[in-house]
Structure formats: structure tokens, C-alpha cells
Design a protein around this ligand. Structure first.
Ligand SMILES: Cc1cc2nc3c(=O)[nH]c(=O)nc-3n(C[C@H](O)[C@H](O)[C@H](O)COP(=O)(O)OP(=O)(O)OC[C@H]3O[C@@H](n4cnc5c(N)ncnc54)[C@H](O)[C@@H]3O)c2cc1C
Length: 511
């Protein structure tokens, strides 16, 4: 019997024949995603497996080690499509149970197939909410928390603080428990537990991309939700609007005339510890949220209105988490800060406010993610940084310099979609300088060139970068304490046969 048949039979004996497929039509669906490496290098997996429990996942990794097959743990969008032959994709859709929601201690214990939308539906009934991110309601909570976990709420909750205890299958098939989960019969609410904090092998700033095995269970931090028990959405997409009780929730759009004043405003708001969610809203965001087609979008953009009027805007949700009086108090503090920092509170009937009306409620459940693909069908980053709010101006200026170096597809590069997402009440900020590209081979090659140039420029100009994925490791490593050498050693120990989604998180193939 040939090797492929043997591997297939092994997989079937683990999960049952109905949960393994090598049907080309299904495999094709697992080889699609909008990012450059996926578009340029994608190939169908060898098989897709849908296990029901951690023990089955252990066995799948063991089979992969025995026959030197590759394993990719999937979430929901499949950020990582196969680029190498003999790849087994693990789809966790049968492992979609919310095992527990501990209302008192505000955390949920979930399996990898649970989505933000699913968790929030249950959490909101209990006066709680997950750290729903711009990644979107349909993303796996575990994959999104491991990958990035960035959304408006991180202003209050923090960026990388949602992962508590976990159950993890290492590439060798061994099982690892972390935090309080490591202590038999303990409540899995604490991320450190006893001994070293092992969250570092689960995620870096941008995740380890399935390179160190698969999380099969995780406790996730929740935060209070004083809103309705079901999400209050009205209307039909894209005209829908979420209406929250006005005595508990109020959204403000604040306009400044310089980036420096906007940053000062964010600092002061954070210092006062008011607000539930806050971000810079870039001009392009205004347009893709108020238009219904690509054609309409570019027509609006070319009027030049948004580049001028929406250049320096803060969006902030004030929320009466504890009582209505909290909201009333925060309104007064915010008005004082707006006056002192020379901002302008945009009224709700203003054209700019109307542009994003259908989207602001989505900060709490992220149902409008797809709209940011409207400009061109794909987007990539010139830089992503995690630094002080002050540093934002440097990150943006550096990114804009790189934009100007590329007249090719100029229309896309000129669109300002630069994010500033303060976290932990402005203690630091998540910054992004994206650009938009069509999904053609030519554009994708250019995208890789520009993204690489963006990181190189940041390093040359001493601007922070956290884009530490695949090909950028050798350039970024020496500037950041040679972390890449350590990462390689860890990969070799944890994944001796290099079967866990190589070359993630770092290539060891040339060693
Ligand atoms: C248009 C767009 C906008 C985005 N904006 C944001 C944003 O604002 N904020 C944000 O946080 N993210 C954002 N993202 C990224 C997004 O968060 C990730 O794509 C998503 O979180 C991943 O969830 P998923 O369920 O799709 O997982 P996948 O894409 O399937 O997986 C993500 C990675 O994690 C690995 N992985 C999956 N499951 C596991 C597991 N159980 N154990 C170990 N590794 C695993 C996968 O191998 C893969 O490398 C955006 C993505 C897109 C396409």
C-alpha cells in the first residue's frame, strides 16, 4: 500500500472515516486566503481532519511525526493555508463547546471551535462580554487570542491579557497544561499558576502561527457587559444600526487639527480612566463604512473630503459599567478634556458621524470586518508597532515615506487607514500602517516587497516594529537581542521533526 493510503487510514482510525476527507472540492476550500503568501504559494492540503477531542489531536500529531507529514491547526479563516506537500489541516469545528462560563470570576473555558459571536451570545446573557476584536465575530476565540487579539476593547482590557489557563498539544503529541490548569482540580482561572509562565510558547505579539502545536482548551478572560442580553441590532445590512440604552452607552467622535493634539487627547482620556473602547478612526474607515460598492468607495474617496475633514478623529464609547451615574460623570470629564486639548465633539447629525453610524455598535461584536477588504480585496501592512502613543507619529511618518517610494498602484497606497489603538488606558498603543492591494499575482509580489521595505525602513530609522513573521526574522532579530536564534532553538526542541506548520514560527530548514 502506498504511503498516502497508509496515512489516510491512520487518520480514519483516529477520528472515524466520516471526519477525514481528501475530496479535492473540499480541500480547495481549505487553501484559500487573501494574504500574499497564501495567494502566491497556496496548495491544497493532503487531507482535512475534524477531530472531537484532545486525545484525537494528540494521535494526529503522532501520525504526522511517524510519516513526516505536516500539521496545520486551523481556526476559522485559515490564515495559514498549506504551502507545502503532505499537509494535514485540523479543523476544530466539532470542538465548539463552551465548557463553562464562570460568572463570578468572569472567565469562560472554551474549545478551539468556539467563535467570538458564539461566546458573546452566551456571555451577554450573563452580563459579560469577550474581548471581541477587529478580527471579527466569526473568528475562533482561541485562534484570535493567540494571533493578535486587537480591538476597541483592548483600550480597557489590555491587548494580550485574555489568555488564562490552557491545554496544549505539543508538536510531538505530548500534552501540556499551563497556568492554573496545570494544578489538578484547580479552577482554571489564573494564567501563571506555579512555575514558569508558559504563555510565551503560545503566542508572541503576532502569534506563533501553529508552529508549536495546538491549543485544545483555554480559559478566556471576560469583562462586564452592562448592555442588553441580546445584541440590539435593527435594519438590514449594510444599513443596520445597533441601538444601546442611551443612559448607559454613548459614542463620541472627536476631531482634532493635528496628530499631536489627537495623541494628547488620548493620553488625557486614558489618564482619567474613562471610556470603554477608544481608537483613532482613519479617513478610509469612514468611506468603507458608508459605501456599498468598490466603485462608490473610490468615487467618494476622490472627493478629497475625508482626507481633509477626517484626518485626526478619535472614536470613543463611554459606558456606564457600574451605573448610569458613571456615564453621566464620564461625559463631564470627557467634555473638559475635549476643551483642554482643543478638540471638537462632532454632533450625531454631522456627515462624518453618519458615515460610521452603522459600524460603531460593531465595536462590541465585530460583525463588519469584511468591509475593510472593500477597497481592493486584500490588505497588508507596511508596519505594525506596539509602542507609546507618542511614538505613533514616528511610525506613521516612516510608513508614509515608504508609501511614497512606490508610485505603482498609487491610488491604493495613498489611502490613510492608519490605526492607533491605545491599550491599558493609553499605557501603550497598537499601531498599524496598512495598504491595499488587488488579489493578483503581480500585486502580491509587490505587496511582499513593500512590506519587507516597511520593516527595513523602520529598523533603519529606529522606529518600532512588531512584524516578526517568517522572512523578517533575520533582519529584525539582530536589532531585538537576537531573539530569532533562541526561537530557532525552541522550535528544534518542541518540534524535532519540523512537522508543526513549518516554517512557522521560524524556519529551521537551513540549519
Ligand atoms: C481583513 C482582516 C482584518 C483583521 N483585523 C484584525 C483586527 O483588527 N484585530 C485582530 O486581532 N485581528 C485581525 N485580523 C487577523 C485575525 O485576527 C486573524 O485572522 C484571526 O484572529 C484568526 O482567527 P481564525 O479563527 O480565522 O484563525 P486562523 O486564521 O485559522 O488561525 C490563525 C493562526 O493561528 C493558528 N491556530 C489556529 N488555531 C489554533 C490553535 N487552536 N492552537 C494553536 N494555533 C492555532 C493557525 O495555524 C494560524 O497560524 C484581521 C484579519 C483580516 C483578514
Amino acid at each position: 500500500m502506498d504511503l498516502e493510503k497508509i496515512v489516510l487510514q491512520n487518520l480514519e482510525s483516529i477520528v472515524g472515516p466520516e471526519y477525514v476527507t481528501d475530496d479535492p472540492a473540499i480541500l480547495e476550500a481549505y487553501s484559500k486566503q487573501p494574504w500574499p503568501h497564501g495567494i502566491l504559494l497556496r496548495r491544497r492540503p493532503f487531507a482535512v481532519v475534524i477531530p472531537s477531542c484532545a486525545e484525537e489531536i494528540q494521535s494526529i500529531y503522532r501520525v504526522a511525526n511517524r510519516y513526516k507529514y505536516i500539521v496545520i491547526p486551523a481556526g476559522n479563516y485559515n490564515w495559514d493555508v498549506p504551502t507545502k506537500p503532505n499537509t494535514i489541516v485540523i479543523d476544530p469545528k466539532r470542538m465548539n463547546k463552551i465548557i463553562d462560563i464562570d460568572e463570578k470570576n468572569m472567565f469562560a473555558v472554551i474549545q478551539p471551535g468556539v467563535t467570538h459571536a458564539q461566546l458573546n451570545t452566551e456571555a451577554m446573557k450573563r452580563g459579560l462580554i469577550s474581548n471581541t476584536t477587529g478580527g471579527g465575530g466569526p473568528t475562533s476565540v482561541i485562534a484570535n487570542s493567540l494571533f493578535l487579539g486587537m480591538g476597541g476593547f483592548v483600550y480597557r482590557l489590555g491587548m494580550d491579557k485574555t489568555i488564562l489557563a490552557a491545554e496544549w498539544i505539543l508538536p510531538t503529541g505530548e500534552i501540556l497544561t499551563t497556568g492554573a490548569q496545570a494544578v489538578k482540580n484547580a479552577t482554571p482561572f489564573w494564567y501563571e499558576g506555579t512555575g514558569p509562565d508558559l504563555r510565551g510558547i503560545m503566542r508572541a505579539y503576532l502569534g506563533l502561527l501553529g508552529g508549536f502545536g495546538m491549543a485544545t482548551q483555554m480559559s478566556i478572560k471576560l469583562c462586564p457587559w452592562p448592555g442588553p442580553k441580546t445584541f440590539p441590532v435593527a435594519g438590514i445590512s449594510p444599513e443596520y444600526k445597533a441601538e444601546f440604552p442611551p443612559d448607559i452607552f454613548n459614542f463620541h467622535l472627536i476631531q482634532y487639527d493635528t496628530l499631536e493634539k489627537l495623541v494628547d487627547g488620548m493620553y488625557e482620556i486614558g489618564r482619567a480612566e474613562i471610556g470603554g473602547a477608544m481608537q483613532r478612526i482613519p479617513p478610509l474607515c469612514m468611506v468603507f463604512n458608508s459605501t456599498t460598492s468598490k466603485e462608490e468607495l473610490w468615487k467618494e474617496w476622490e472627493t478629497g473630503y475625508y482626507q481633509k475633514e477626517a484626518e485626526f478623529l478619535i472614536g470613543i464609547w463611554l459606558v456606564g459599567f457600574s451605573c448610569k451615574e458613571q456615564l453621566a460623570f464620564e461625559e463631564k470629564v470627557l467634555q473638559q478634556i475635549i476643551d483642554e486639548t482643543e478638540g471638537k465633539d462632532i454632533p450625531a447629525d454631522h456627515r462624518l458621524f453618519k458615515c460610521i453610524e452603522s459600524w460603531i455598535g460593531e465595536w462590541f461584536r465585530s460583525g463588519a470586518l469584511g468591509r475593510c477588504m472593500r477597497p481592493a480585496g486584500s490588505h497588508a501592512l507596511m508596519n505594525m508597532a506596539s509602542e507609546s502613543l507618542d511614538h505613533a507619529a514616528k511610525v506613521f511618518a516612516d510608513g508614509h515615506t515608504v508609501r511614497k517610494e512606490y508610485p505603482y498602484h498609487k491610488d491604493f497606497f495613498d489611502a490613510d487607514y492608519d490605526w492607533i489603538g491605545p491599550t491599558d488606558f493609553g499605557w501603550y498603543a497598537h499601531l498599524e500602517v496598512p495598504f491595499f492591494m488587488e488579489q493578483t499575482e503581480d500585486s502580491m509580489k509587490k505587496t511582499i516587497e513593500i512590506a519587507t521595505r516597511g520593516v527595513q525602513s523602520a529598523l533603519e530609522n529606529k522606529v518600532h516594529t512588531v512584524i516578526q513573521l517568517g522572512p523578517t526574522h533575520p533582519a529584525v532579530g539582530p536589532v531585538y537581542g537576537n531573539y530569532h536564534l533562541l526561537l530557532k532553538e525552541i522550535k528544534k526542541v518542541l518540534d524535532p521533526n519540523n512537522i508543526s506548520n513549518p516554517p512557522n514560527p521560524i524556519s529551521v530548514e537551513d540549519d
